[in-house]
Structures are given as structure tokens and as C-alpha cells.
Design a protein around this ligand. Sequence first.
Ligand SMILES: [Ca+2]
Length: 339
Amino acid sequence: MKSTQTLCSFSEALYRLILVLMTISRGVPSMPVPTDVPMCTASDTAQYSLKFSGKWSQAAFPKQYPIYRPPAQWSSLIGVTHSYDFHMWQRNEFASNGVREFAERGEAWTLMKEVEMAGERIQSVYGLLSAPAVAGGTRQMDTEFEVFARHSYLSFIVRLIPSPDWFVGVDSIDLCDGDHWRDSVTLELYPYDAGTDSGFTFSSPNFETIPQDKISQITSSFPNHPANSFFYPRLKHLPPIAKVTLTKIKKTNQIISLPLEPTQSNQLPTGNEIEEDTLINTPLDCEVSLWSPWGLCKGKCGESGVQHRTRYILLHPANNGAACPLLEEERKCFQDNCL
Ligand SMILES: [Ca+2]
């Protein structure tokens, strides 16, 4: 249900996005720059393509992998180009309301409003960018954006669907390197927890975190609880769950003064291909329940009998993980409770 809402509201989101962009764009070029900040002296502007590649496959993340209602997929991507003094989100800091709503439900309005206000207040934000949701954990999405010497940073966020409040993203990657623009930047992405919902598994019901936690990276051992969907005690590190590649594109005569092109670039047939390097196989060991109590002793009165106990499979093994142990056990007993 969450995913349907995300997908349905996207076109409306894009429309509103355009309104926000128009608002943000006003007056920004006159922004004063403090002198104690590392300066970007690259030529005025650079255009980049952004390619987001999901690597959330069942082979790489076999535990509780969401197969239906909804299957594993990615929300729309919401990004910002900005200066050093703005943060869309930060590890070990509290998520804003906008990040909370996006991470929990994929609703972008508050987040965009926050960005818009930051643009008006401190003129730290140049523009917003977006790419539409993709209905598959290993799909790709593309968009384009423009950066300026005074607004050379990119941040973005993409929500994991389904999940309680989990997302991937980038916080303040600087595309300017002194006097030039970086040609290409590739980053592996790992899941983060927004600290606002305490669900342990992809499909946990809503369970608000009170008081709110800070944003934390989810690892194979944190949160340290066997019920967590990313808890893999045999792994030292989780495999990356997504990848983003930012590539500088040649300037054309076409002026992309504001990144209003994402819908068009997303219709390119190059998107939505599965990458070969998503074929990571993460072993998943079988997990079984505790034993049931011993059953009744069956046998003739006054003689030895047999009783049984059982346990059941909590998690089926995958990718050559440890097989399940015996699920039923019997022992001799003495039938002394004769009627
Ligand atoms: Ca959480």
C-alpha cells in the first residue's frame, strides 16, 4: 500500500517540485559567500548525470527479502544542490520532519518545504532534483542536475520500500575539487535508519520511536538484534544495497538553468537494467524456534514409552547457508500416570 501511494503521487510531486524550484531560483545569484570556507574556483557551472543503481537483490539480502505486497523497490529520489552550510540529512543527527515523512512514507512535501525555506533564509540551496520511483530492488533511475561554484554540493535520499524508516542517500558530496569539477564520482550506498520508527523488519507495522533517535547506519550487526532484517551475524559488512554514479556531462547550448528535465531523462531506454555486479550471494543460515515441551508419554501402563517434542523453521536457509537441524526429537519415558 505504501508503494502505491508513492508511485501515484509522483506526477503531482513533480508538478509541485517545479513550483518550488521557481521559488528557490529567485535571488540566489546574489548570495554572499563567507571568506573562511574552502572556495570552489572552478568555472561557473557544471552539469551532471546521476545514475542510481539498486543492488537490493534477494541473493545479496536473502533474509526476509520482500517478494510481494509490496516487493522490494525504491521510492522516488529527492535531491538538492546546495552550499557547504546546508544539510538535507546527516548521520548521527536527528532527522528533520521532512526526512522522517519521506523515510517512513515516501511523502516529499515537508522535505521540499524545508529545502525551499533554507533557500529563502540562508540562500544555501540552489535547486531540487528528482527521479521517479522504480518498482524493483535492482532497477536503475537517472536524472540530471547542475551545480555552481557557490552551490557545488549534492545531497539526496531514496527510501527502501517496504521498510519502517530506512533509506539510502548521500550527504553533501562536493563535486568541485578546487579549481575544477570532478569528472566522475561513484559511491556505494548502505542503508540508514531515520531513527523515527522502531520496526525491525521490512514489513513491520508502524511503531514510532519515542524519543526520536539519531540517524544511524544499519550494518550486519547493528541494530544488534536477530529479528532485524539486515542482521547477518556471519557477515563482517553488508554488501552495498545501491550505487550512485555522478558523471559530468558536456555542456550543450541548451541551457538547463533549473533541473526540470528529470522526467525526460528518465524515459531513456538505458534505465531499469539489471547490473551484473548485483549478483552477490549472501549465505543465510537456517534459524529454528525453541523446542516445544515434551509431549505425552505414549506406551502401555507400567512399561517404557516414547514422547516427542518439535520445533519449527523461523528462517529458511539460502545461498549455501547452514541447513536446518532436526525438527522433531523423541525420547524414552516411563508411563506411570496410569488411570
Ligand atoms: Ca528505525
